[in-house]
Every structure is written in structure tokens, then in C-alpha cells.
Design a protein around this ligand. Sequence first.
Ligand code: AMP
Length: 417
Amino acid sequence: MYQALRGTYDLLPDEAERLRSFLNRAISILERAGFREIETPIIEEARLFDRSVGEGSDIVSKEMYTFPDRKNRLLALRPEGTAPIVRACIEHNIYYANPSVRLYYFGPMFRYNRPQKGRYRQFLQLGVEIFGSEAAYTDAECLYLLSEILKEAGTGSFCVELNSLGCRTCQDNYGKTLAEFLEKRKEELCEDCRNRLQKNPLRTLDCKTLICKEILQDSPAIKNSICIPCEEKFKEVLRYCDMLGVKYRINDKLVRGLDYYTQTVFEVIAEDGGNAIAAGGRYDKLVEDMGGRPTPAIGFAFGLERCLFNSVRAVEPKKKGIRLVYLDKPGETRALEKAFKLMVALRRQIETPVTLSSKEGKKIGNQLAMADKDNCRFALIFGPEEIEKGEVILRDLDSGTQESLKETDLTERVKKC
Ligand code: AMP
């Protein structure tokens, strides 16, 4: 027996339907706010992520799926969406044509981490990126959109945790302060953190090792290293969030595990605990670092499995659709042919799914039971008697009531189903 790979899963039809319906609502919110879709390839050059997400990050150093192609180029399955989008925008000169471009994307991301509830090796993200605005109100707008979309997901109550990482200068200063603090307890740190201490002290804050976490609990907060303009900007972000009624909680230990963030960063946590369901932040230097012209930017991504399939409101799928059920006299195919032709005619005229019974030759009752199991709401029955009379029976599979219809009146009546 074959099985899906560890950390991957099959999205079965009920879940796929929930996902599609959520995506439609989320995209409608985004398109009304001026966002347009972009889709980038699932594979990229590995070095794209080394430079942007950061070689010292867990995502790049431990979790990225990399492999050489036939010409020995090192490729990666994308672990996140922002770096490929920045690459695409620079490659296609998108900022030049539209300096305040707003984009959204949806698709699978890949991280080789230890699978557990809500953590997969292939997972789906819906993400947005706004380029060209460094205004504090753009951060607040982002957080507002994020909250609106999460309400559509029916995730239950959630909390937006917010922090400011300051600009690159603030981060350098903080890196030094943090390194000084950790240096005193260097011997107790894990090997990874001792390396991080040299290369990128901020990344020690992502460490999952118990002892490092304990040591870091007493570490100085980044807010003490933030310059006055960055502090003012953060206050302004909060003021605009209040204006839009965005609920947040400041978490001065929040740093996010990717190197490209500057100033505002955020994470959304469900109130009943568990992993972050969405996260993001500002990355004002990334476009420039990747070879584009200086362009401020901010974005976020939802983990769709965590938004939809861990949620409290797992609704029963609704019954829908019409099943055409038929029974011919032995050796005849009149009922089948009528039903078969009607199937394609109805599909052209109504939006409800129309399917034909595959229980050929089985009793009508048996075919109706199958339609009910398949979650059909109505059945149209073509029995030998009905064929003689030029009639069809419409049966409501929920209530069990039925009515006879003239073939000529059929379409109009079925449109109301
Ligand atoms: P990140 O790209 O790390 O900022 O993550 C953004 C969001 O993607 C997170 O808040 C999660 O909801 C989701 N996510 C990240 N990693 C995983 C994973 N391994 N499995 C499922 N969802 C994930």
C-alpha cells in the first residue's frame, strides 16, 4: 500500500470545497482593496532564499528542500512566498510600471520540519504583499485586512501580536546588546546558538532548545535599542490600528524567524492556543538587497491548514445537486437516453451539479439511496411508466416528498431547486 509522504496530506473533496469557498471570500476582500493575483513557480534557485530569508535562519539552514538539477544547479522548493515575488517584481520591472503595486498569491510552500498537528512539510499559504508605501497607515491597513479575512475563515477568536524590530541600525545595535548578554552564558548555549552569536545574534531568539529559551527569557528587549523615528513610527501604527478597531497585543519578544523584516512585525495566535495562524511584517530593505531599486514593502501570509482545518467551525457539507435516476424495461434504453440527454441540457442551464446514476439496472430505491449517500439534494426519476406518460418525478431527498412533472415543464421547475 502506498501512503502520502510524512508531513503531507490529501485535501479531500469536503475540505477542498471549504478551502475554495474561503479563498473566494478572502480574494473578494483583497480585490476590493486593490490587490491583484500573482503566481510564481514552486521551484527557484536556492540562493534566492539564502540571501533574502537568511542563511542563518532555521528555514534556510535546516528546513529547505534543496536538490541539484541535471545541470548541477542548486534548486529549492520554495519555503515561503515573499522572496520569489520580489524576484518576479524586479525581473519584470513591475515597480516601474506600478509603483504602489498590491499583490496576493496562493499556493503550496515546503519546509522540512518535524511534522505535528498543524505543522506540515507541504502546506498552503495565502499571502499578500504591498510595495511602495512606508506609511504607518499601510501597516494598520494590512492588519485590518488580515483580521477581516480571518473572520471569514471562522477561526474563532484570535489575537494579533505586534512588535517593532526597528530599522537595520536599531537591529545592529540590538544584536550587539544581545550578544553581550549571551556572551556571559555562552557555555550554556546550544551549539547552534553559539554559532549564531558570532554570525547573527538575533536568530538565537528563534531557538527551540529549552536551556536557550530559558536564558533568553531574561534577555534585553529590542524596544530598548530602537531609535526615536522607529519608536514614533510604531506608535503611529498603533494609533491607526486603534482607528480601524484592529485588536492587538504588543509582544516585545516577537522577532519572526526571517532575516528580511524591519520595523513592524506581527503574528496571529488563536486564543485557544497553538501555532501561529498568520504572520508577516515590513521588509523595507529587501527589494534593494535583492538588486531592485529601494522600495518599502509589507506583507503577510496565512497558513491555510491552520486557519481552516484546526478551526472550531467545521461545518457539515450541505446537500446539493440533482441525480438523474432511471430504469428501463429489459432490453430497452429509452429512459437512459432521455436522462442522458437531459443531463447535458440541464448542465447548460443551471448551476447546480447534475449527475447521472451509475447504478445501471438497479432498482429505483437502490439508486435513490445511493444518491442520498452521495449528498444529492434532489432526484429526477425516469421509470418505465413515466416514460410512457412523458413525465418525470422530482423527489426531494431530504423530506422524501415528490411531484410529477411534465417533461416540458421540467427545466423551469428544476431551476427553482
Ligand atoms: P512564515 O512564512 O513562517 O511567516 O509563516 C506564515 C504562516 O504560514 C504561519 O503563521 C503559519 O500559519 C503558516 N506555516 C508556516 N509553516 C508552516 C508549516 N510547516 N505547516 C503549516 N503551516 C505553516
